[in-house]
Design a protein around this ligand. Sequence first.
Ligand SMILES: C[S@@+](CC[C@H](N)C(=O)[O-])C[C@H]1O[C@@H](n2cnc3c(N)ncnc32)[C@H](O)[C@@H]1O
Length: 201
Amino acid sequence: MSDPLPFSQACENNRQPILEQLTRLLPRPAAVLEIGTGTGQHAEYFAGQLPHLRWLPTDHPDNVWMCRQRLELADLPNVEAPVALDVSERPWTLPAFDHVYSANTAHIMAWEEVCEMFGGVAEGLDKDGCFCLYGPFNDHGEFTSESNRRFDQHLRARLPHMGLRNLQDLEALAANLGMSLYRNLEMPANNRLLLFRKTAS
Ligand SMILES: C[S@@+](CC[C@H](N)C(=O)[O-])C[C@H]1O[C@@H](n2cnc3c(N)ncnc32)[C@H](O)[C@@H]1O
């Protein structure tokens, strides 16, 4: 009997509300780079539901194996073979992309890696492109829920470099790289979908 595929219950829970937003936000044919694909459940679901998008799954070299089998089995015509990408290894050598999607990565990466992720996105993002960053975030240095506070504690106890990021720090980081936050969407379970784009020069 083969091993079960890597699975995340959170992905099952959040995929529909995220899909509803992506459907609205990305209506035209485009290439979407996913950073930190994890189990590949989001890639499989979104690419299946949004066939006008070409999905480019990537993950850290240590973890990219997690999505490979699922995406091979799904065999979707609009999903590229997953690529190993450590966001800290710049410049990124990737096919061109129009938009970027990343879920639940900013609180797992060290802050320096978050900076590299934004740097790589800013370098490669199309002028009309969108960086969709999903997850739990703090607002003005405050937790937005008790469950987020507990989650942050749990992360920092595991590895001190992990932890919820502050929305205003991300905005300042983006601004330094010529990007701005143009939508901050409330999502279920105290999550947000943050949308960044290149600032018009
Ligand atoms: C909590 S998982 C999220 C996976 C998936 N996006 C989801 O929502 O379930 C965090 C992901 O960030 C990735 N990650 C952490 N550090 C990274 C780095 N430096 N470069 C690229 N990906 C990284 C991990 O490999 C992992 O797949």
